[in-house]
Design a protein around this ligand. Structure first.
Ligand SMILES: Cc1cc2nc3c(=O)[nH]c(=O)nc-3n(C[C@H](O)[C@H](O)[C@H](O)COP(=O)(O)OP(=O)(O)OC[C@H]3O[C@@H](n4cnc5c(N)ncnc54)[C@H](O)[C@@H]3O)c2cc1C
Length: 497
């Protein structure tokens, strides 16, 4: 018979590890964390490209319960964030729970036994509850480019960096100008022979106010933890105040645009290049990027920007939609991730036998970003409409973990086998999300971005402050759920919502 656990957590990024710490704190030790890779870290394990670093200061981009007084920089690099997650794993005793090299291939809800049947690459198990923390930016997205398979050089995605390939002296095409690409470009430009940056849409770029954290500050944060908390609080507050401009008053973003224009003017003298690099949409519509090195790298003689999309690959030549052709040795895709088509959706099968992807064919939606009707006892950490444009995703992950903890407590208190979000509750939540979304810069700023799905719906971003999300997920509202006591019969005393 398959092993049974109370909770199966999928993923060991910030979300999965945060959930695991919380389960232990709630006194739940009967849980397994399933991770397809051979190490913890999620985003910060997979993205090891040169220059990879956080866009949110480390004192905020870390767990509230696990402060690290020793962050070396305001915006720490990937190696330090990854090391931090390894440290959390050991410090909180999570390693015995983690099953590495264990990919969840299918999770199917069994309404007869009221639990999940999970098929992994290393066998089967069952669980009363599944916490899915598979990550919003985890599975790389590669465009379907004719001729790419025949390209004789090297091809890789930013999140699957080929460290065995020597870029020195090579002619490289960087496809995309998003958050990863703008970190990669300045890191590799000095060593490559020629760098062709293929830009479909230019990003808005602001200065990165980064600096090393002095030993004195580290000492102070270690000795007097209240100083680290105050620093975190201030960083958080500044970002909370910014939210209004994103979600209610996009016109205010015009001032920020002036800053970005001045930032570009300082680094790029060539007016033709400036024209190419100037976006035609409101700042904030796509993720605002932070870099002091990107524009200077673009202005170097061995770099060129082709303001067009990659159309095809002919032998070793990349061909752009505007007809530009360049022979290259390597193609690096900085083309992002499967965000609005969450890959786990194809692998999760709900009460009615349909996959989550089928259930979401008209767009992703989850009650409070966490639960979906017809998928009992499945809780998302960073689910639909819980992404941020300007602050730390760890705040969101911790809030969702809190919701998961209350969910488990509710199961225990009510004696229920399962909870199933009411369709009306999910619909009402989603309608509110979409209503609020209509005013945001993401929807009105005149761009297409990975926040939007193929129908133009914003099913990824959270249209509020992180404090609002924390409030929304502080406790589970039982009236939003059908309480399943037995295989078939919902509890009689359901409150209508
Ligand atoms: C380059 C980069 C920079 C970023 N910078 C910032 C930033 O500055 N600020 C910010 O707030 N956010 C940033 N993000 C977003 C970042 O993804 C989140 O902040 C956060 O790390 C997500 O954590 P997570 O645990 O939800 O997902 P992830 O870290 O993606 O972890 C998901 C885990 O699930 C595992 N997994 C997935 N599917 C399966 C399966 N079927 N079976 C088993 N295991 C599975 C994966 O292997 C992975 O370990 C960045 C993302 C990227 C890619």
């Amino acid at each position: 018979m398959a092993e049974h656990v109370r909770v199966a957590v999928i993923g060991t990024g910030f979300g999965g590890l945060g959930a695991a710490v919380r389960l232990r704190r709630e006194g739940i030790t009967d849980f397994a964390v399933l991770e397809r890779a051979d190490a913890v870290g999620g985003t910060w394990r997979d993205n090891s490209y040169p220059g990879c670093a956080c866009d949110v200061p480390s004192h905020l981009y870390s767990f509230s319960f696990a402060p690290n007084p020793e962050w070396p920089r305001a915006f720490s690099g990937q190696p330090h964030i990854r090391a931090y997650l390894e440290w959390v794993t050991d410090t909180y005793g999570l390693r015995p729970h983690i099953r590495f090299n264990t990919e969840v291939e299918q999770a199917r809800w069994d309404g007869d036994s009221n639990h999940w049947h999970i098929r992994t690459s290393r066998g089967e198990l069952t669980a009363d509850v599944v916490i899915s923390a598979t990550g919003p930016l985890s599975d790389p997205k590669l465009p379907d480019v004719p001729g790419l398979a025949q390209f004789p050089g090297r091809v890789f995605h930013s999140s699957r960096w080929d460290h065995d390939y020597e870029l020195k002296g090579k002619r490289v095409a960087m496809i995309g100008t998003g958050a990863s690409a703008i970190q990669i470009v300045p890191a590799i430009q000095p060593e490559v022979a020629r760098l062709t940056v293929v830009q479909r849409t230019p990003p808005w770029v602001l200065p990165r106010v980064d600096r090393g954290i002095a030993r004195g500050e580290q000492w102070l944060h270690g000795r007097i933890p209240a100083t680290a908390r105050a620093r975190r609080g201030l960083l958080w507050l500044i970002r909370e105040f910014q939210v209004g401009a994103f979600v209610k008053h996009p016109k205010l973003m015009k001032t920020v645009e002036q800053l970005a224009r001045a930032h570009m003017r300082r680094a790029v003298r060539d007016p033709a290049l400036r024209t190419k690099l100037t976006p035609d949409y409101t700042i904030g519509c796509k993720r605002i990027l932070l870099s002091n090195a990107y524009y200077p790298a673009l202005a170097r003689p061995n770099t060129e920007v082709v303001a067009s999309a990659l159309k095809e690959v002919r032998g070793s030549t990349v061909v752009m939609a505007d007809g530009t052709e360049r022979e290259v040795d390597a193609i690096i895709f900085g083309t992002g991730f499967h965000v609005t088509d969450m890959p786990i959706g194809d692998r999760v099968i709900g009460a009615d036998g349909r996959t989550l992807a089928e259930h979401w064919k008209d767009g992703m939606a989850a009650l409070r970003g966490c639960t979906v009707d017809g998928f009992p006892n499945l809780i998302f950490i960073i689910g639909p409409n819980s992404g941020l444009g300007n602050s730390s995703m760890i705040l969101i992950a911790e809030a969702a973990v809190n919701y998961a903890a209350d969910y488990l407590r509710t199961l225990k208190q009510t004696g229920a086998a399962a909870l199933d979000a009411k369709p009306a509750a999910v619909r009402a939540w989603n309608a509110e999300m979409q209503r609020r979304m209509a005013r945001t810069v993401w929807n009105t700023g005149g761009c297409t971005s990975w926040y939007l799905d193929s129908e133009g719906r914003n099913t990824t971003a959270w249209p509020g402050t992180t404090a609002e999300y924390r409030r929304a997920t502080r406790r589970l509202r039982i009236e939003e759920y059908d309480v399943l006591l037995t295989a078939t019969a919902p509890a009689p005393a359901e409150a209508a919502i």
